[in-house]
Design a protein around this ligand. Structure first.
Ligand code: MIG
Length: 844
């Protein structure tokens, strides 16, 4: 798109104020330089004209503006400067969302992204004014001051509060690398950034963002999914903004490590596409981040059950034994995973002829008993002229990533021996991959795909040489420039192949590596953790950080992957592991057995109790998933999400919320039966004793094995149901509502069929709960706000906790109703046969 040039200051330093509605051919821009002073004069007049025009537009009432707003394909370009051959352009995407594009050359690269999927932007009203030595751009929410030669930018809100300011050396160019420096302080929090160690708040440290599989798991090293997205939070007022640098090469972020007053963000290879989300509230940042990079889909309900994995269960007899054992011991389980040994010589999309002679038969038998089967798929394709996948791919030019040194497909060594790597940046490769996935796996009944090794990992060097080529939207880019998206594009291929093969079903894809936006395709696990307390603590932090990076569906290998787990550690791990979005036990080859019954009867009983609790919480858990898929709020939330202004809560990552009403404080230390728990404002009911803590306070909470510190927020409603051996084992006709009474009460429940995509066309039921208690009288209502799905429920079983004495009477819809008063709990059963029910509990 060409835009009009309005002025220039010097040959090297040309600043161009841009108005998007008017466009002129590129040639005009060059000739405009000749006009000299005349142009300056015209420019001033022109700016004045724009200002009035824009002022008129901005003065329209909001509702009117919204109805007349048109959408644009790209954010609007408002200002651009060329300094020493580097182009910098500011765009307004929304009144509070900016994009600053910084190019190493005169022109910006094509606007292509693996992360940003948002395709339309509201036409945003802004004013642009030439001030003494700078340009001021104003939107409905921001005031942006821009200078050139040297470039500087400051962003304020309409109240004049400084939100963002470049430091003295604002932008540094060094060959292909660009560094942006911003003024900040060590007080500011840096959250998100994907899987990075060691602390939840990343301020004060320096990070190299580069996905890698490093088995040592030093907590300061890199992990499998690093995301150049941070939420910066001001601890004094809890206000936040989001910052994303859309560049899939290596980035180096120094969050006040080298200089405490400067945060610097460096792209090592190529242009910086910097997004700034001045959303103000942390929850809004997450929402905007998701609107930029996409939402998680609703998973199939079985994905929320308990899953069992190990490297590896084989032959099929062993898989059947494991499944049988679960049912025999009555420990709920929904899925069993097949790790690499199910394949024939680790060739992807094959089955080992002796170990798994009849995969279809096996999967059918397991399905009859309520189990889903998930199979691992690695990216490397074995070099083997007899092997159809290899033969097919090698014959198609560019299907494998090419080593420019040999002009042949790049060769790496992984489990199958020497392999080539598919170039998943190509659409046709994704499609071909999807077809193999269908024929070899999905057609045989496999229910989910597990993508591993997709950082991508190779044995010798751990990573590809930077020179290896990928298509990359036809740009033929070296690996170094797009390393971060290998996992994401592989997950995209799996996802697309799944959708194509089974369009009615909800995909289940799990991936180890990913990048910004991977939530559109897959869930993630934290990879090869260890059976140690330190690893468990780190895993919790990683889960919470992933949630703040836009990826809500996460979990770690319960019990730890590397090393032998042992009873106490497994018990403490499963105690909180069941509250993760993704709940799977997994362990490495060669370690001791790690099934819920492997550590003796006491631990087995704890595991059963905790997994059953997860199954009981399914309605609540699923509702949290639906919320995450719509708002970008994670399922597991660090306390800062709900209490951004609470300085005690802001940096905590050793306790967390599930949805907005349950607080879990895992025991992360050996040899103790208690731990300190921070309970923020709002009252908190201890789950096991129902004792009410008023908060905010630090409490020492007893935590004997099997009863981890777990709390429900006062004023919340937790919908639950009876436990099952697997999701949808039973037709459940009763939903239990655990009502934790507070001055005001609220909650919600979303239900759908749990496995098809019919919810997208409205086939879902949404129920909202609301109530109030004034010490004498409790009113509580259950209201169906959307009735697109008929759930099998016949009745509600309501338990009200926190009522000080036996009620005088209970009325439902104005009629006296039976109730039970037991253990300071008021319980009643109410048929679910109307769209609204009103309950009144009167105290004497
Ligand atoms: O080189 O497939 O993180 O979950 O069991 C190890 C074998 C390859 C790494 C995964 C792990 C999996 C294992 N894989």
């Amino acid at each position: 798109m060409e835009r009009e040039s309005l002025s220039r200051s010097s040959a090297n330093n040309r600043f161009v104020a841009r108005r998007p509605m008017i466009s002129r051919p590129e040639g005009r821009r060059k000739s405009a330089r000749r006009y000299g002073l005349t142009a300056v004069a015209l420019f001033i007049l022109y700016i004045a004209h724009i200002s009035t025009a824009q002022t008129l537009e901005t003065s329209l009432p909001t509702s009117h503006k919204e109805t007349t707003t048109t959408m644009a394909r790209h954010p609007q370009e408002v200002w651009s400067v060329l300094e020493n051959g580097h182009r910098m352009t500011l765009e307004v995407a929304a009144p509070h969302i900016l994009r600053l594009r910084i190019a190493t050359s005169e022109n910006h690269q094509k606007d292509l992204s693996y992360a940003v999927t948002r395709k339309s932007w509201p036409r945003t009203h802004y004013q642009i004014k030439q001030e003494q030595g700078f340009v001021r751009v104003s939107t409905d929410r921001l005031i942006i001051d821009l200078r050139s030669a040297p470039f500087a930018m400051a962003v304020r809100d309409l109240g004049g509060r400084l939100l963002f300011e470049t430091a003295r050396r604002s932008v540094r160019f060094d060959g292909e690398s660009i560094t942006l420096n911003r003024k900040s302080s060590l007080e500011e929090l840096t959250l998100g950034m994907g899987e990075v160690g060691e602390t939840f708040d990343r301020t004060g440290k320096r990070y190299t963002l580069w996905n890698i599989d490093d088995f040592s798991r030093n907590p300061r090293q890199n992990f499998y999914c690093q995301i150049p997205f941070a939420i910066h939070l001001n601890p004094k007022n809890g206000r936040a903004f989001g910052l994303f640098i859309d560049n899939p090469g290596k980035q180096i972020w120094d969050m006040g490590h080298t200089s405490p007053s400067v945060f610097s963000y460096q792209t090592v290879t190529g242009d910086m596409e910097l997004w700034l989300l001045f959303s103000d509230q942390l929850k809004e940042v997450l929402k905007d981040w998701c609107s930029l990079t996409g939402h998680m889909e609703r998973p199939p309900l079985w994905a929320l059950g308990y899953h069992q994995c190990r490297w590896s269960y084989f032959p099929e007899k062993r898989v059947r034994e494991i499944a049988k054992e679960f049912r025999k011991r009555k420990i709920p389980c929904d899925a069993i995973y097949l790790d690499i040994d199910y394949m024939d010589g680790y060739r992807v999309f094959t089955w080992h002829p002796q170990r798994f002679p009849d995969p279809e038969g096996l999967i059918q038998d397991l399905a009859a008993d309520g189990f889903h089967v998930v199979t691992i798929v690695d990216p490397g394709v074995k070099i083997d002229p007899q092997y159809p996948v290899y033969k097919d791919f090698v014959a198609r030019e560019g299907f494998f990533c090419v080593d420019p040194e040999t002009s042949q497909p790049f060769v790496g060594t992984v489990w199958p021996g020497e392999v080539h790597f598919p170039d998943f940046t190509r659409q046709d490769v994704q499609e071909a991959w999807g077809d193999y996935q269908k024929r070899a796996l999905l057609d045989k009944g496999v229910a989910g795909i597990w993508n591993d090794m997709n950082e991508p990992h190779i044995f010798e060097a751990k990573e590809f040489p930077g020179r290896v080529l990928h298509d990359d939207f036809g740009r033929n880019s070296p690996h170094a420039r797009i390393h971060q998206v290998y996992g994401l594009t592989m997950a995209a291929a799996s996802h697309a192949g799944f959708v194509k093969a089974l369009p009615e079903k909800r995909p289940f894809i799990i991936t180890r590596s990913g990048w910004a936006g991977v939530q559109r395709y897959a869930l993630m696990w934290t990879g090869d953790n260890q059976s140690t307390w330190a690893s468990m603590t780190l895993d919790l932090q990683l889960n919470l950080s992933m949630g703040l990076s836009g990826i809500p569906f996460v979990g770690c290998d319960i019990g730890g992957f590397a090393h032998d787990c042992y009873p106490e550690l497994y018990a403490r791990w499963i105690e909180w592991g069941v509250f993760q979005p993704f709940c799977r036990t997994h362990t490495a080859a060669g370690t001791v057995d790690q099934e819920p019954w492997s550590f003796g009867p006491e631990v087995e009983a704890i595991a059963r109790k905790m997994i059953e609790l997860r199954m009981e919480l399914l309605p609540y858990l699923y509702t949290a998933f639906v919320e995450a898929s719509e708002t970008g709020l994670p399922v597991n939330r660090p306390l800062v999400v709900a209490y951004p202004q609470d300085t005690n809560a802001q940096r905590l990552a050793d306790e967390f919320l599930l949805g907005d009403a349950l607080l879990i404080a895992p025991v992360l230390q050996p040899a103790t039966d208690r731990r300190m728990v921070y309970l923020p404002a709002d009252g908190w009911y201890h789950w096991w004793t129902k004792k009410l803590f008023s908060g905010p306070s630090f409490e020492i909470i007893e935590a004997p094995a099997g009863s981890p510190p777990l709390f429900a927020k006062a004023g919340s409603v937790i919908p639950m149901q009876e436990s099952q051996q697997y999701v949808r084992e039973k037709k459940i006709d009763t939903t239990k509502l655990e009502v934790f009474v507070g001055p005001s009460i609220e909650g919600s429940l979303v239900e759908d069929d749990g496995f098809t995509t019919a919810y997208r066309s409205g086939q879902e039921r949404r129920i909202s709960f609301a109530g109030a208690f004034d010490g004498k009288k409790l009113v509580f209502s259950v209201r169906t706000v959307k009735a697109g799905y008929a759930s099998p429920r016949k009745q509600w079983l309501m338990n009200f906790y926190g009522i000080p004495e036996k009620p005088r009477c209970v009325q439902v819809d104005g009629h006296d109703h039976e109730f039970v008063w037991q253990q300071e709990t008021c319980s009643l059963v109410v048929p679910d046969d109307r769209s609204e029910r009103k309950i009144v509990v009167e105290l004497p």
